[in-house]
Design a protein around this ligand. Structure first.
Ligand code: SAM
Ligand code: SF4
Length: 419
């Protein structure tokens, strides 16, 4: 069979079925974004996956539908129909009667809450330094928990240092009282004896510490104001106190950001962290190339961006060593029943995004991805709205639909997942 042209549905030879009415009957609000980044593969016709019902009761999973961006209509092309009905040629002339494009991941039981944007470090790559500096209020945190009764795990992580929040341990205790696990990412600078004791007593499950270099001077170049030796001493004291006093938690993990001049440092950072008491390998990342991040980078750091891809490849290579030397993060999550698992259905058409958790900004505004730093809808504020209602909001569903299909809004420009 020859490949149909981009405007196949306009060509009677391909006899496409216009299924727009069925689509709109099933979920009219799920529409490819008009103002999107270019979609790989086609200018006019975008391929989209969906489950399709033919006739009264025969469903086909992950069929391919075509959306015409000019006509704004959905089609099942003859070629895609043939592929779908390979084993059911008896249905060749039976019309489509239902469609289900809600293929994104299951309902989250985890939320990432930004507790503060304040920090005692000034890392040059951190967007948090350019955001309004504030803390979440304790009563708002309580309302968040009330609005998300299904939540099992909270990551208190954002563009600030969680341990800088004066009510951090009240939040941790509130979560503990409700049987919710708490995970954090920290710069590791605040491990005084009293902080260490409270981390253990409130059973914070997981503390991941960011270490960008094994060398103190290089470390301080990116983690401005950071004292690597003090951080390593703090990690050791936390580990010693926890073990000596019979606490199971927190488990201590490693994370960090690498650059062109630290591209090969991952194994040495792992060795150093392990010696200091770190147990889990979380992940390393290269400099974030998203346009929203790039705008805050100092001009002198511009040469870092063209090599970020190469740094990411080196990280992938060396992470194997990290996971050999330390417990892989996924094993920790599985051991502790933390549902961070990847989506049930993968998109076979193109790169997409389907985060399995919610992300709450300091303002309580929820977005489906931690890279989105501006509120999208006032209806998605978790201080005032139940998470079940946010997830069922038609606009929220449409954002997830588009992300799942790799039809990215312009604010995703530059993100790894769009490339
Ligand atoms: C935003 S920080 C917040 C938690 C804590 N203050 C810390 O630094 O670990 C979380 C992680 O994001 C990384 N990070 C922040 N901005 C980044 C950027 N522009 N590019 C790459 N990684 C970044 C940091 O290195 C850190 O590992
Ligand atoms: S320590 Fe974390 S929050 Fe603080 S400036 Fe650095 S990256 Fe940002």
């Amino acid at each position: 069979m020859t490949t149909p042209p981009a405007n196949a549905h306009l060509n009677p030879a391909y006899a496409s079925e216009d299924i727009t009415a069925v689509w709109e009957h099933c979920h009219a609000h799920l529409q490819p974004l008009e103002d999107a980044l270019p979609v790989a593969g086609d200018d006019v016709l975008i391929k989209i996956n969906a489950h399709i019902r033919i006739g009264q009761d025969t469903w086909f999973d992950m069929a391919t539908i075509s959306y015409d961006r000019v006509l704004r209509r959905f089609f099942l092309t003859q070629q895609d129909r043939l592929a779908m009905l390979r084993d059911r040629t008896d249905l060749m002339n039976t019309p489509v009667t239902a469609v289900n494009a809600r293929l994104w991941s299951k309902t989250p039981t985890m939320i990432n809450i930004e507790p503060t944007t304040r920090c005692n470090f000034s890392c040059w790559y951190c967007v948090g330094r350019h955001m309004q500096q504030d803390d979440i209020r304790l009563e708002d945190f309580g309302r968040m928990l009330d609005n998300f009764p299904e939540v099992k795990t909270i990551a208190l992580v954002g563009e600030g240092e969680p341990l800088m929040h004066k009510d951090f341990f009240d939040m941790a205790q509130m979560a503990k009282d409700r049987g919710i696990r708490v995970m954090i990412i920290s710069n590791g600078s605040a491990f005084s004896q009293s902080v260490i004791k409270k981390l253990c007593e409130t059973e914070v499950a997981y503390v991941s510490i960011s270490i960008d270099s094994f060398d103190p001077a290089t470390f301080a170049e990116s983690r401005i104001d950071g004292d690597l030796e003090k951080i390593l001493r703090g990690i050791k004291q936390l580990r010693d106190y926890r073990d000596a006093n019979g606490f199971k938690f927190p488990k201590i993990a490693l994370k960090g950001t690498l650059f062109s001049h630290t591209i090969d440092q991952l194994p040495a950072i792992v060795d150093l962290a392990k010696k200091s008491g770190v147990e889990i390998f979380e992940s390393f990342q290269a400099l974030n190339p998203m346009k929203n991040y790039v705008r805050i980078y100092p001009k002198g750091q511009a040469p870092q961006l063209p090599v970020a891809n190469r740094v990411a490849q080196a990280i992938e290579r060396d992470s194997v060593y990290g996971r050999e030397q330390l417990q892989p993060m996924n094993d920790f999550l599985a051991e502790n029943n933390i549902d961070f698992s990847k989506p049930v259905l993968n998109n076979p058409l193109r790169k997409n995004c389907d985060e399995t958790w919610l992300y709450s900004l300091l303002s309580g505004d929820v977005t489906p991805c931690c890279q989105i730093k501006t509120p999208i809808s006032p209806r998605w504020n978790i201080f005032n709205n139940r998470v079940a209602d946010i997830l069922a909001d038609l606009e929220y569903e449409n954002v997830r639909f588009n992300l799942w299909n790799g039809i990215f809004p312009v604010y995703c420009d530059g993100c790894w997942k769009t490339q």
